[in-house]
Write a protein that binds this ligand. Sequence first.
Ligand SMILES: Nc1ncnc2c1ncn2[C@@H]1O[C@H](COP(=O)(O)OP(=O)(O)OP(=O)(O)O)[C@@H](O)[C@H]1O
Ligand SMILES: [Mg+2]
Length: 64
Amino acid sequence: MQVIAISNRKGGTGKTTVAVNLAAECAARGKRVLLIDLDSQGHCAVGLGVKASGTAVHRLDGGA
Ligand SMILES: Nc1ncnc2c1ncn2[C@@H]1O[C@H](COP(=O)(O)OP(=O)(O)OP(=O)(O)O)[C@@H](O)[C@H]1O
Ligand SMILES: [Mg+2]
């Protein structure tokens, strides 16, 4: 298992953009990916088109 953390104290530097696209590319290459967004803005979910559901955990493959 490989862990990749994307962090920068400065705002608006592309952290979320890199995280979402890196996760998508890894998944497209057949990797099992867990994307964890520790920012309360929840912009990773927005970037992936996930609607708010009252839970902090979202599965993108349709599973329960
Ligand atoms: N490589 C890039 N080239 C041009 N624009 C980019 C690039 N990466 C991100 N952006 C743009 O920069 C803006 C900030 O990106 P993003 O939201 O990913 O930053 P962030 O570090 O996650 O911000 P925050 O600190 O608010 O969470 C967005 O409008 C995004 O589309
Ligand atoms: Mg962000």
